[in-house]
Design a protein around this ligand. Structure first.
Ligand SMILES: [Zn+2]
Length: 249
């Protein structure tokens, strides 16, 4: 079994999401689908109920800050009671596109971190051009989780692991010109590495340019194994165990 710890394999992103999920099931590929808003959260809960190889991470991401109400947070809290929910995600801060609403983004992020603490759930964190703020906020809470598609410095990655956070590695590690993720897998403790596709985005080599799916997870695992000079099977087992430990799967 291998586990894609972060992807968006649902109907609003794919015409044939369920067919791909079934194909993954045939190949013993499990996945944690990540929501970003009310609609995707609901789609994910539906798929997680229906398929054994699907787990749910639900939450409201930075793009929803102007829409999410207190009632929506109550809705999320009630949805967290579903047994297939293994994390709150993806949630976080993104200053790449919008910088004017930092305070609003932080508030939405922290409201969901409070829920994670209350229900003892890990969080899956999106951080783009916001690594220091994300770190300063996570430090205040007693929670674990993953920093998905990590793109910060090696030093900062080490600081996150000290807080109990895992580092999500995805397609870019297979790109020739991407040095950062290659450096990170070598520098941090193997027990804090997670593998993810972020489908439909970030297709790894040799599928670059195509729409990504969890079926491509193996290319990322093999590349991590290559970089660390570890047997591919052993690497795969380490990554699966890490995901199982963090998400209590
Ligand atoms: Zn994502």
């Amino acid at each position: 079994m291998i586990i894609d710890t972060h992807c968006h394999m649902y109907n609003s992103e794919y015409e044939q999401a369920e067919e791909i999920i079934r194909q993954c099931n045939d190949n013993n590929i499990f996945m944690i689908l990540n929501g970003i808003d009310k609609k995707s959260n609901e789609e994910i809960l539906y798929l997680a109920e229906k398929y054994d190889n699907v787990y749910a991470a639900i939450g409201y991401d930075h793009s929803t800050v102007d829409k999410i109400t207190d009632d929506d947070l109550l809705l999320l809290e009630s949805q967290l009671q579903n047994k297939k929910v293994v994390a709150i995600g993806e949630i976080g801060l993104d200053y790449y596109w919008i910088k004017e609403n930092k305070d609003k983004q932080k508030k939405l992020f922290e409201n969901q971190l409070l829920l994670a603490e209350k229900y003892n759930l890990p969080v899956i964190v999106h951080s783009r051009d916001a690594v220091q703020d994300v770190y300063d906020i996570l430090k205040k809470y007693n929670i674990k989780g993953s920093i998905h598609c990590y793109s910060g410095s090696v030093q900062m990655a080490k600081e996150f692991t000290k807080l109990g956070f895992y580092i999500g590695i995805d397609g870019p590690i297979t790109f020739k010109n991407n040095k950062r993720q290659k450096e990170i897998v070598k520098e941090i403790d193997n027990n804090y590495l997670l593998v993810e596709t972020d489908s439909p985005y970030l297709s790894p080599e040799p599928k670059r340019g195509e729409k990504n799916t969890p079926l491509n997870l193996v290319y990322i695992i093999d590349k991590i194994a290559d970089e660390l000079e570890i047997d591919k099977e052993d690497m795969s087992n380490i990554l699966t165990e890490n995901a199982k430990r963090l998400f209590k799967i």
